[in-house]
Write a protein that binds this ligand. Structure first.
Ligand code: SF4
Length: 350
């Protein structure tokens, strides 16, 4: 009896010691290989398999959206990246971050805001576009803008380095644009849109249109206008609520009155089924399928219906920050996030 009690006690002891080792070992791997790999302890214990699996599971920032400014001259009622700060990184710091992203596998950068042409009258943006194309040699450099601040001189200076310019337009009726807030004073949003479309043609930049479908434009038929403008892509988004941006107490906008149902969104898509360049994006597809960097170069995680920031890639590097991005790579691929994105490969007639 006594001998068996001693053996049992020894077994418990050994088992506890092994347990402690396993915990320490798994913690060590957690911090050295990254928290977001989803690798189980069982696999971690399998020696050389560790590196292989973690490398395969690690998120690559193939396509990044850098919202370097939150300031905008428009007041769209559903805006989901609002002017909560006026901060913009110094140019050299922004370039350092872009270099870090490139070294981690970035192939496409999209500059967005706020209105990206507002800061330093588009010079800051132009310098980053040039840096990404000429120094970093990125296959794709693009911008999303409301179009109101773009001047022809910008195309003359930086057009060569830009692959795609997307202009936001939710309606071909000026009154609707006024109601949405997609305008500045009496300036015509549509005049800017057509002017920029021609400049894109002239300076060989692929032209794209983004539209947010909401209660104000849900019944519109935009087929003719879109076919006439002939963009390479027409991205059609379902109006999305983000807590702290356009919904909830801390928000600068109240977008509830703009929200449409999934069925209404589908009806809009059906009405435009003859437009071949249409790329639809429902709330479900949109929420976690973008890698978003804010003005401090922090990834924003939208999984909880709000924007939770990571630490800045400038402080902790891309590998650590991206673990807190909430990015759903499968959904990114499902929504067609990877497409022909270099203007040289698009076979366009300029
Ligand atoms: S154009 Fe409208 S949606 Fe875009 S940043 Fe400005 S206010 Fe927001």
């Amino acid at each position: 009896m006594r001998v068996s009690a001693v053996i049992a006690s020894l077994q418990r002891c050994i088992s506890s010691i092994l347990c402690v080792f396993a915990r320490v070992f798994s913690k060590y791997n957690y911090w050295t290989t990254g928290a977001c790999t989803g690798t189980s302890t069982a696999v971690l214990a399998a020696g050389s398999k560790v590196d292989q699996n973690t490398e395969q599971n690690r998120t690559t920032p193939t396509s990044v959206n850098y919202h370097f400014t939150r300031k905008c001259n428009y007041k769209c009622g559903f805006c989901f990246h609002t002017a909560k700060t006026s901060f913009v990184l110094p140019l050299e710091e922004a370039k350092r971050g872009l270099r870090l992203l490139k070294d981690s596998g970035m192939e496409k950068i999209n500059f967005s805001g706020g209105e990206p042409f507002l800061h330093d009258r588009g010079e800051f943006l132009g310098q980053m576009v040039q840096y990404c194309k000429l120094d970093l040699q990125l296959p794709s450099v693009s911008i999303v803008s409301n179009g109101s601040m773009i001047r022809e001189q910008w195309f003359q200076k930086y057009g060569d380095c830009l692959d795609i310019l997307a202009i936001s337009c939710d309606s071909f009726n000026e009154e609707t644009n006024q109601l949405i807030g997609r305008t500045q004073g009496r300036k015509s949003h549509l005049d800017s849109l057509y002017k920029i479309r021609n400049w894109c043609q002239q300076y060989k930049v692929a032209f794209k249109i983004n539209s947010v479908i909401n209660t104000f434009n849900i019944d519109e038929d935009m087929t003719e206008n879109i076919i006439q403008l002939n963009p390479v892509r027409w991205k059609v988004f379902q109006c999305l609520l983000i807590d702290g941006e356009n919904a909830g107490e801390a928000a600068l906008r109240e977008a509830e009155r703009f929200v449409i149902s999934d069925q209404q969104f589908q009806e809009f898509l059906d009405r435009h089924s003859s437009v071949s360049c249409l790329v639809p994006e429902s709330n479900e597809k949109m929420r976690n399928s973008y890698l978003i960097l804010d003005e401090y170069m922090r990834f924003l995680d939208c999984r909880e219906g709000r924007k939770d920031p990571s630490k800045s890639i400038l402080d902790v590097g891309v590998k650590e920050a991206i673990c807190f991005s909430g990015f759903d790579e499968k959904m990114f691929l499902k929504r067609g996030g990877k497409y022909v994105w270099s203007k040289g490969d698009m076979k366009l007639e300029w």
